[in-house]
Design a protein around this ligand. Structure first.
Ligand code: GLY
Length: 275
């Protein structure tokens, strides 16, 4: 099983041209097919999640990697996480600025360091030392995201907006779950703000006993309500067996994040071993 999301956001039917919709659908399909192909050949859920997210990170369409939004200071600071449901090993990076594919940096933290989370310059240095592809910060400059920032800066009391965090969850043939999430965060974010994506249990979580979860939405709420872990806990502790009822309860679990976030946008994708 392989499931992805390209983020909650402010894309509506009104501001989505047919050509843009086609581009989004094609890129999502390419990423989905790549992840699915790995699973079909007996590959691991971790490889499927990382590979598919890298494809979306390389596209300017999504708020992750190349298409990351700008901070208040006109920089791009990227967050990502990956988690292995079998072992509960995980790696996350926050505020990286020169790593082309933050999801691979997160995986390197998991596999090549004794740590779980690295941030800022240290995370950039680690990614460089382990041989990941490094880019000049200008690589992340896109006109569309720059204009988004200018619009936010012009609004008084500008609220941060958010479009297009990407995520994937996978179940491989060995029965192992994995989850990954990658984002540029929120447009106009300040003071080293970190969202939910690289925080395990908030925006990303995986454990074989329950589910793999990747969330999208306004991170502050997902952190405060530990949404990803709550979803896993619903599966684990409530022992839900009836699918429609379980879906209803999961919707309740994230409804508060939507309700209180003001922008009213947020969501998640989950995969479970017995679905
Ligand atoms: N959900 C992504 C973020 O708030 O940074």
């Amino acid at each position: 099983m392989f499931v992805m999301h390209g983020g909650a956001g402010t894309i509506t039917r009104q501001n989505l041209t047919p050509d843009m919709e086609k581009q989004y659908r094609e890129k999502l399909e390419e990423a989905l097919r790549a992840g699915h192909a790995i699973l079909a050949k007996g590959g691991t859920s971790l490889d499927a999640v990382e590979t598919s997210i890298r494809i979306l990170e390389d596209s300017p369409l999504f708020n992750a990697g190349k298409g990351a939004v700008f901070t208040h200071d006109g920089r791009n600071e990227l967050d990502a996480a990956i988690m292995d449901g079998k072992t509960k090993r995980a790696g996350t990076v926050a505020g990286v600025t020169i790593v082309k594919n933050p999801i691979s940096a997160a995986r390197a933290v998991m596999e090549k360091s004794p740590h779980v989370m690295m941030s800022g310059r240290g995370a950039d240095l680690f990614a460089t030392q382990v041989g990941l592809e490094i880019v000049d910060p200008s690589y992340f400059w896109t006109e569309r995201r720059w204009k988004d920032l200018q619009r936010e800066l012009m609004k008084e009391n500008a609220a941060s907006s958010h479009k297009g965090t990407v995520g994937a969850v996978a179940l491989d043939q060995a029965g192992n779950l994995a989850a990954g999430t990658s984002t540029g965060g929120t447009t106009n974010k300040k003071y080293g703000r970190i969202g939910d994506s690289p925080i395990l249990g908030a925006g990303t979580y995986a454990e074989n006993e329950s589910v793999a979860v990747s969330c999208t939405g306004t991170g502050e709420y997902f952190i405060r309500w530990t949404v990803a872990h709550d979803i896993a806990a619903l599966y684990k502790y409530r022992g839900m067996s009836d699918h429609p009822r379980r879906e209803g309860q999961l919707r309740d679990a994230v409804q508060y994040a939507r309700d209180v976030s003001g922008v009213g946008r947020g969501g998640w994708r989950a995969a479970r071993a017995d679905l």
